[in-house]
Design a protein around this ligand. Structure first.
Ligand code: GDP
Ligand code: IMO
Ligand code: MG
Length: 426
């Protein structure tokens, strides 16, 4: 394998990145999360158990892999401690977990503000995960946020909290009519978190770059996906980080020139949680059928995911932005049993054909997908296939069409949720 690989979501998230990272981690030494926070929910099924990871990289199930939470991640320490405890309880060691001292903190007021801002937006709400992600990144760019290293230095923490505390309390009480926070309680809470997390906290930039120099193999694990990117996604229905390869370099402290291979994770159909345009959405029985069969309910919030046909305008756009070399196609099994399967290869808008995703939300909402129709395949046919050649001809046609339209080769095919439900294609 290439020494440094990035794994990126190509749609609106939940493509199955966790499972693919877990699979590829077998051959890697280091797995890094570089952006997002516990808005992510990455599922890995292994040892007959289901693990739901939010902040911890999906390489954690292997004893000998280094797992890094990079500087670009926003960390809610309460949630992270909970996640560590849950894994330890399941017998999974977190000894090889390292947390960047530069990562930003999600503070309790960020969570309240996320919730209240959503409420105030009413009909216009974004459908966030309410984990405080947007407000935390907003404070980061506003240059008023607290960072992981501050939890290890009481004086520094007091000074930084003092700078924001009054203003946050005024917003909480005057704008949102909430009870004010107590300085002493916040301080005590975060000093305790600092104490618990101290063994994990280091300069991960040095650690990662030393590992690269020593020839270690690295996976950069994307959270969220290209269409949720602050710049490239369906703004404002996006997340507040850059879940694209450029964002991984910033969020891990790795120079772009080191990334040798980019893998795009593509679900065999499309899902989206939260609001925003979704040109191939199925609001009918087929959509419901896919939701039930694919168990399309949010890993983080439990919300039903909106389901629709595979949209190659979206995937083509993700290939372009991230420089995707290869595709890991997941959940092909979920489409089994459908007599006909549609794939969107372009949009039609005011008589024009669009092959890349438009900037305007109105255009995205009003455009009409141009579909190609494929014959379906049966559940048994997919389950029986252990190699590419054993897949039904109709499924191979579907895969070849994706390759032709996106210009990227499919090299992994997911045929079920478990670790071993995967086909490798050369
Ligand atoms: P992530 O956020 O991209 O890691 O994806 P999620 O974990 O939120 O959602 C993907 C869901 O699909 C999880 O429940 C996975 O266990 C499951 N999954 C992943 N790959 C496959 C596959 O090939 N087939 C089936 N049936 N399920 C899969
Ligand atoms: P993984 O890593 C799917 C969505 C939310 C909402 C928007 C903004 O599991 O693929 P936020 O809380 O980030 O401010 O919400 O982004 N969203 C995700 N959707 N998968 C995710 O992560 C997501 N993380 C955020 O539903 O529409
Ligand atoms: Mg998810």
């Amino acid at each position: 394998m290439q020494q440094i690989r990035a794994i990126v979501g190509t749609q609106w998230g939940d493509e199955g990145k966790g499972k693919i990272v877990d699979f590829l981690a077998k051959e890697a030494d280091v797995v890094v999360r570089a952006q997002g926070g516990n808005n992510a929910g990455h599922t890995v099924e292994a040892f007959g158990k289901v693990f739901k990871l939010h902040l911890i990289p999906s390489g954690i199930l292997y004893k000998d892999k280094l797992n890094i939470i990079g500087n670009g991640v926003v960390i809610d320490p309460e949630s992270l401690i909970q996640e560590i405890e849950n894994l330890e309880k399941e017998g999974i060691s977190t000894e090889n977990l390292k947390i960047s001292d530069r990562a930003h903190l999600v503070m309790p007021y960020h969570k309240i503000l996320d919730e209240e801002q959503e409420r105030l937006r009413g009909e216009e709400s974004l459908g966030t995960t309410k984990r405080g992600i947007g407000p935390a990144y907003a404070d980061k760019t506003e240059r008023t946020n607290l960072r992981v290293c501050d939890m290890l230095d009481e004086e520094e923490f007091i000074q930084k909290l003092r700078n924001v505390y009054e203003r946050k309390n005024q917003i909480l009480t005057h704008v949102y009519h909430k009870t004010p926070m107590k300085f002493g309680e916040l301080l005590e809470q975060f000093m305790k978190y600092g104490e618990i997390l101290k063994p994990y906290i280091i300069d991960t930039i040095k650690l990662l770059n030393d590992s690269i120099k020593a020839g270690k193999k690295v996976l950069l694990e994307g959270a969220q996906a290209t269409m949720l990117d602050l710049d490239y996604g369906t703004y404002p229905y996006v997340t507040s980080s850059h879940p694209t390869v450029g964002g991984f370099c910033i969020g891990a402290g790795i120079a772009p020139k080191y990334i040798q291979e980019v893998i795009g994770v593509v679900k065999a159909y499309t899902t989206r949680v939260g609001k925003g345009p979704f040109p191939t959405e199925l609001l009918d029985e087929i959509g419901d059928n896919i939701r039930e069969k694919g168990r399309e309910y949010g890993t983080t919030t439990g919300r039903p995911r909106r389901c629709g046909w595979l949209d190659l305008v979206v995937v083509r756009y993700a290939v372009l932005i991230n420089g995707i070399d290869k595709i890991a196609l997941t959940k092909l099994d979920t489409l089994s049993g459908l007599p006909k399967i549609k794939v969107c290869r372009a949009y039609k808008y005011e008589g024009k054909i669009l092959e890349l995703f438009p900037a305007s939300l109105r255009v995205a909402m009003e455009c009409e997908p141009v579909y190609e129709e494929f014959e379906g395949w049966s559940e048994e046919e997919i389950k029986a296939a252990k190699e590419y050649d054993q897949l039904p001809r109709s499924a191979k046609r579907y895969i070849e069409f994706i390759e032709k339209e996106t210009g990227a080769k499919v090299f992994l095919i997911g045929t079920g949720p478990a670790r071993e439900d995967i086909i490798i294609k050369d």
